[in-house]
Design a protein around this ligand. Structure first.
Ligand code: CA
Length: 355
């Protein structure tokens, strides 16, 4: 198994900006042990079995490579960053993180994972930035872990891997998490998870449940549920981040605004209450997006044009999508030097408080 990026032809040139990749993943070996136990019990949901059951047992070169890279927070990762010209990685516990675990295990392991990541950041302070993993299964404990992550571990963002056993953060029972994130002024990165049991079948039967499409649909749904449930009217300073070109939501803005207004006026659903602003206003004012997995200039420019150039950040999605040619393509985008620096560097420095 090569340790080089697939398709390495040349290195990215040095640039007058830093390349900060903002949706990069790691997996402690101890977490994989817990996953193995969940898989052995046999009652894990089909999405978890389909995702981690595959990556943890497949002999394919892609799966083996990903597992090896995920568990490294040291020289292998830095070697790959150097090969791709990545100055800094903003690193998060890979999906589903602790959210596949039972409540007690999730709460205790989130602390273990955060301590491990903080240690790696201390060892490589100019290369790594950490996100705080929390267990939504226990919102009060999650709020406390945000406090500990900020004040004790020096981390300035939170990772949540979409739904937790089929439950969504739009349910007010989770809102202690939003209160803590808003109070500490740290963004929540809403990253995909495998689809919940009651959604996966029509996706999985045709192989579309994963990163190809299902992840984006489900995470986009989750972000919309957070908007339409009134979370940002209750927590107006809350910041969220979504990857994969905003899970396509920028493209939906016109229809979302039109149909949200029409649906509210029709009083068709008790669950769809009036909001203080249009859905697109929250996308523009409370969300940042990254281009993780989407090294595609037209989509990046479209998102910059509808959300603003201060709202769109670079991400690689290491190790799942480790492609040096994509870094070169992003370097070569036809874009002003000022906007390119925002995309690669300064937006991330602001959002993640990187100093
Ligand atoms: Ca990812």
């Amino acid at each position: 198994m090569t340790t080089s990026a697939p398709g390495v032809v040349n290195h990215p040139k040095s640039a007058d900006y830093q390349r900060i990749a903002t949706e990069e993943a790691f997996a402690p070996a101890e977490m994989l042990d817990i996953y193995r136990k969940i898989l052995e019990k046999g009652d894990a949901d089909p999405g978890f079995k389909g995702l981690m059951g595959f990556y943890m047992s497949s002999p394919s070169a892609r799966a083996q490579h990903i597992m090896r890279c995920l568990t490294d927070l040291d020289q292998l990762r830095i070697q790959h960053m150097d090969e791709c010209g990545i100055d800094k990685q903003v690193i998060a516990l890979t999906a589903p993180g602790v959210q596949a675990m039972d409540k007690a295990t999730a709460v205790s392991f989130s602390q273990v994972a955060n301590d491990q990541l903080a240690e790696a950041v201390r060892k490589h302070p100019t290369r790594f930035v950490g996100m705080i993993a929390v267990a939504p299964q226990d919102p009060v404990a999650a709020a406390k872990e945000i406090e500990r992550g900020v004040s004790k571990l020096g981390m300035n963002s939170v990772i949540i891997n979409s739904h937790t056993h089929g439950e969504y953060l739009s349910d007010p029972k989770f809102w202690d998490i939003f209160a803590a994130a808003e109070a500490h002024d740290v963004p929540i990165y809403l990253h995909p998870n495998s689809l919940p049991a009651n959604m996966i079948q029509p996706f999985q039967e045709c192989g579309l449940d994963g990163a190809i499409y299902g992840f984006g649909v489900e995470t986009g749904l989750h972000a919309l549920r957070i908007i339409t449930s009134g979370v940002f009217d209750r927590f107006p300073k809350l910041k969220m981040i979504i990857g994969h070109m905003g899970e396509a939501l920028p493209f939906w803005i016109y229809r979302l605004d039109y149909m949200h207004r029409a649906t509210v006026l029709s009083k068709r659903y008790d669950s769809m209450k009036p909001l203080l602003k249009k859905p697109s206003d929250y996308l523009r004012e409370n969300f940042f997006i990254t281009n993780s997995g989407v090294a595609w200039e037209p989509a990046i420019k479209f998102s910059q044009s509808v959300l603003g150039v201060d709202r769109v950040m670079y991400a690689m999605d290491y190790p799942y999508q480790y492609q040096v040619d994509e870094v070169i393509a992003m370097d070569n985008m036809s874009m002003s030097a000022e906007d390119k620096k925002k995309f690669f560097q300064t937006n991330a420095e602001t959002v993640f408080k990187i100093r």
